[in-house]
Design a protein around this ligand. Structure first.
Ligand SMILES: [Zn+2]
Length: 401
């Protein structure tokens, strides 16, 4: 048996430390269907024995997930590679080491404490899906001067490879970098007009040198003529980074209407529905409500905020709205069952409808649908993936002290 340097430093592995629970998972057997990005369903088992709360999945299960780069295990374990002294996320793109050369840790901290260094490829210490520095730089530039056009030539001058930028925007926003910039400029012009600027002023201030070019781009993105822009409602969309991976926030002029994890299965459908319900086109760009939400979300993930006070826009049936309102009364760190929720809105027999309205919530975390669990304590479902629900519940519980 090879005993490597990392093992010698702190000695014990996670599984051998009594009382050290894997991410605080409860001591019950949970078996759930786990929706993953590509529509497969993975069956996950947490095997926790009440007499021995140190075991979680078997090493074999974790190694298997690691081999498959199974995204549904993201954040749930980390892999130390003895031969290199480096630790990785389960989904790391690096070549797979042999079974006998890896060990598993419940958190990045545990891997560090055991002497492992973070992998440069999968960056296990960074939040999942963090925005790379060179992209952040571009977003910052466009944030302060939205009328500016950054061309491929500009990128090369900044020592940034245009291809990488293109690929990142395509993957994270589904548009080219040029398309993204166009949306920002149109959005800037739209908000200027809604603040009282003329079409001409709004166009020129936002980098358009011809009114016809502006009108055409405006129609394509917003769906109306610039002249009608004052009255038009758009849904501004922005990508936010969180410790649980990127989220997309959406807001109209009235308030936040969307906050979802991006790889949620029904995400595309949800965007379409929202656009139809609010009769508004989706436009990448900022608005005041999103900035406010971003700040509050950061405080939430720092453990410093327990509820949100951003205005919300929640189109839906009367029943759905009553369910969503009821969700907001579940205190931070607490959970309720679907039955309890049904009783709370005086619809004792409507448990299934309550569950379905719960699932139709479009504003994750702010409307805390993650705080509703099965009567038997099982996690049941979560659009953003059960691992995130587990994480959020553990996190809130820990922060209530
Ligand atoms: Zn790695």
């Amino acid at each position: 048996m090879i005993i490597s340097a990392p093992r010698l430093i702190a000695g014990l592995r996670y599984q051998q430390q009594p009382g050290n629970r894997f991410n605080g998972l409860p001591e019950t057997n949970i078996s759930v269907n786990f929706p993953v990005a590509d529509n497969r369903t993975t069956e996950l088992h947490w095997d926790m024995k009440s007499t021995d709360n140190t075991s979680i999945w078997s090493d074999e299960t974790m190694y298997d997930a690691f081999m498959r780069r199974d995204v549904s295990y993201e954040g749930l374990f980390f892999v130390g590679v003895r031969t290199t002294g480096i630790f990785c996320r389960p989904t790391c793109g690096a070549r797979r080491p042999k079974r006998e050369n890896v060990e598993f840790y419940p958190s990045a901290k545990d891997a560090l404490l055991n002497g492992y260094r973070p992998c440069k490829m999968c960056k296990p210490l960074e939040p999942l899906g963090a925005t790379p520095d060179y992209i952040q730089k571009l977003i910052d530039i466009l944030g302060t001067s939205p009328s500016r056009k950054i061309t491929d030539y500009d990128l090369v001058k900044m020592n940034i490879e245009p291809n990488r930028v293109r690929r990142w925007f395509k993957m994270n926003h589904g548009l080219t970098f040029q398309g993204y910039q166009r949306m920002l400029r149109i959005n800037g012009a739209l908000h200027r007009m809604q603040d009282g600027a003329t079409v001409t002023d709004a166009a020129f201030e936002n980098g358009y040198d011809s009114l016809s070019g502006f009108s055409e781009a405006f129609r394509k993105i917003v769906g109306t003529n610039p002249a009608a822009g004052k009255l038009v409602n758009v849904i501004n969309i922005r990508r936010l980074t969180t410790p649980l991976g990127p989220m997309i926030a959406g807001a109209t002029n009235e308030g936040i209407c969307l906050l979802e994890f991006t790889e949620r299965r029904a995400f595309e459908v949800e965007l379409r529905d929202l656009s139809r319900l609010l009769k508004a086109n989706l436009v990448y760009g900022d608005n005041g409500h999103i900035s406010r939400l971003e700040k509050q979300l950061a405080e939430y993930f720092d453990g410093k905020r327990k509820d949100f006070d951003v205005p919300l826009v929640t189109p839906g049936s009367k029943f759905q709205k009553s369910v969503w309102r009821q969700l907001r009364t579940i205190p931070y760190g607490k959970t309720r069952s679907y039955e309890e929720q049904a009783v709370a809105i005086n619809k004792l027999k409507a448990i299934r409808a309550v569950a379905s309205a719960n699932g139709a919530n479009r504003i994750s975390i702010v409307i805390p649908c993650h705080r509703v669990i099965g009567k038997d304590g099982s996690l049941t479902g979560y659009g953003g993936g059960l691992w995130r629900k587990r994480w959020l519940l553990d996190f809130e519980k820990k922060n209530t002290g």
